[in-house]
Design a protein around this ligand. Structure first.
Ligand SMILES: [Zn+2]
Length: 596
């Protein structure tokens, strides 16, 4: 828990925050020696007493003050321990990534031996373990590590502060950086950059080639300065792009693209994806941006695994004799697409006698009722009609798990191409109609359904099924039964109880917004609850007011706020574990609250 750092926005482990230093720093940021005072390494002092005195001297410091530290090589424990010091402003302490000791409380943690984390395995393990050890509302500073090429990855791993050390040092060594990588400047005939330093660089190069003696030496010096300045500028530019990616909630897409510059970075992203719970704990339930599933890594994204997991374990299909399998469409929600409108015409009045399941990559299965839930309504994939081995295995695995839980008397599969092939090969017992949207194809579909739906049971109102599915999807199994108990009427996007009181509304982005009456119905489940102290919050609930919060709450979740004096509903702005462990920041944006 910290006093001086607050996270304002999150997109996975990447955050925008503010460090209340003098002057205030907006993270992710590039900091330099003007932004902090560091007592430095203990080995820079004549004796330990001097180092301790230097730590004590930071007491009144209002800037970020980095306490004296004991350096240690990667994977070794520091040789000695220093006492803890308090500071007036933000406190920075060195943290050894693989140390078994718990780090002391601080606002900023400086990653020890950061520059030695060249190996992707070390880098990911170090950042994940440090981030899990320190408070969520503390900043992590990775010194001498950032380049324009790796910055996005570092921020996505959970780093908040970096510096230009490597850019300057590399400049002096004649290494030229862009976000695409690093080259020896001597190989660059035409700098791929229009910054003033690069324009000068071309002139200096020409002058250097003609000069000799001292003049040549000066030209070489000037040249490395120019490269260093260019490098730093590129890092600053990249930082702006990363900040924009976090703000527009498209950081994951940005990182997937950026790690392609080097196999090492792609390795790091894959290793990070293997740390599934680290990512899952930090991934919001909804993003404003379109989810792009562009590459192999996209298949392992939290949004994909979370969606599939919820469809298979939280959601229960309505009791139906007939299952209709359909392919997805480029337009979302699917119902609005041309192909699904044609399917719908072919299905006609039999719609109430069957259940529809859409097969797609990478989400695998989307029950019709959940087509508006995130990310089913807002994802985009490169469509070639090809289903590779990994996609097939994922789809078939999900379908088998789904059918184990939800059984149907008859299955009609209106699929074609490799998708049909994948489902056929899985051994599914279904009537395959060959898919397609032309006249004969739709006639085949119609005839197959006429046969399959004979004597089938009639399903409840599809609109009610939608609410039930969403309730289970967002609040877990059983939530739909509680929310929709008794006589329910649907009015527009809202459902009401027998007394015409609103219970919940579906939002345009596919979420559920509860009313207080709706929340009261779900309260017995004890899920997605945020327990607060003895007060009635107004407007928003800050982290210090939270006593207890459901572990499974993620940013964007609908939550129920409960206290001795209050009962309310709102939207979580941070994860449940973060609410409990943070001293700063907005925990819940409250929509309705009443005293009790
Ligand atoms: Zn340049």
């Amino acid at each position: 828990m910290t006093k001086f750092f607050e996270v304002l926005r999150r997109d996975g482990p990447a955050r925008i925050g503010k460090l209340l230093s003098e002057p205030q720093i907006s993270s992710p940021a590039l900091i330099d020696k003007d932004d902090y005072i560091s007592a430095g390494s203990v080995y820079g002092y004549a004796n330990v007493e001097d180092a301790i005195r230097a730590g004590e001297a930071l007491r009144e410091c209002e800037k970020l003050a980095i306490l004296p530290y004991v350096p240690a090589a990667l994977r070794t424990e520091p040789a000695l321990e220093l006492p803890e010091f308090e500071t007036a402003g933000p406190k920075g302490v060195l943290v050894h990534p693989f140390s078994s000791k718990e780090p002391q409380q601080a606002d900023v943690y400086v990653l020890g031996s950061a520059a030695a984390l060249g190996n992707p395995r070390d880098l990911v393990a170090a950042l994940v373990s440090v981030r899990e050890k320190i408070a969520p509302d503390s900043a992590l500073y990775a010194p001498a590590l950032a380049t324009p090429a790796n910055l996005a990855l570092l921020i996505y791993l959970g780093v908040d502060l970096v510096d230009g050390t490597r850019m300057l040092a590399d400049g002096l060594l004649g290494r030229y950086h862009t976000r695409d990588g690093c080259w020896p400047a001597s190989e660059i005939r035409e700098p791929p950059c229009r910054c003033p330093h690069c324009q000068k660089l071309t002139e200096v190069q020409a002058a250097g080639e003609q000069a000799n003696g001292n003049a040549a030496g000066r030209a070489a010096c000037d040249r490395t300065d120019r490269i260093a300045s260019h490098n730093l500028l590129k890092l600053e530019e990249e930082l702006l792009s990363v900040r924009q990616a976090i703000r527009s909630e498209s950081m994951r897409e940005y990182v997937e693209r950026q790690v392609r510059v080097a196999p090492d970075q792609t390795t790091s992203l894959r290793l990070l994806d293997a740390e599934h719970s680290y990512l899952e704990k930090r991934t919001p339930v909804m993003r404003r941006s379109t989810f792009f599933a562009n590459c192999a890594e996209s298949l392992h994204r939290v949004e994909v695994t979370r969606f599939a997991e919820r469809v298979i374990s939280r959601y229960t299909a309505p009791r139906s004799d007939v299952l209709l399998l359909l392919p997805c469409s480029a337009k979302k929600p699917y119902s609005l697409s041309r192909s699904h409108k044609l399917f719908s015409e072919a299905v006609g009045g039999r719609r109430r006698y069957l259940h529809e399941l859409i097969l797609t990559s990478p989400l695998a299965l989307v029950p019709r009722e959940l087509e508006e839930a995130y990310p089913a309504a807002s994802y985009d994939v490169p469509v070639t009609g090809r289903w590779d081995r990994e996609e097939r295995a994922w789809l078939v695995g999900c379908l088998e798990a789904y059918l184990k839980k939800n059984s149907y008397g008859r299955i009609v599969a209106h699929l074609d191409g490799e998708l049909e092939e994948a489902v056929r090969e899985s051994g599914l017992d279904a009537i395959f109609t060959g898919g397609g949207t032309n006249g004969p194809a739709l006639t085949r579909l119609g005839l197959a359904l006429a046969e399959a739906c004979r004597d089938a049971v009639k399903l409840p109102d599809l609109r009610l099924l939608r609410y039930r599915a969403h309730a289970d999807f967002y609040f877990g199994e059983g939530a739909g039964d509680l929310l929709l108990a008794g006589k329910i009427t649907v009015r527009g996007r809202e459902i009401q109880d027998e007394k015409k009181r609103p219970l919940a509304a579906s939002t345009p982005n596919g979420m559920i917004a509860l009313s207080l009456a709706g929340a009261a119905r779900l309260e017995p489940l004890g899920r997605y609850m945020v327990r607060i102290g003895d007060f009635l919050p107004k407007g928003s609930l800050l982290a210090p007011g939270v006593v207890e919060a459901d572990e499974q709450i993620r940013p964007g979740d609908e939550v129920i706020v409960v206290g001795e004096k209050a009962f309310g509903v709102g939207r979580a702005k941070m994860s449940g574990w973060e609410m409990v462990r943070s001293r700063r920041g907005l925990a819940v944006e409250i929509r309705h609250i009443k005293g009790r």
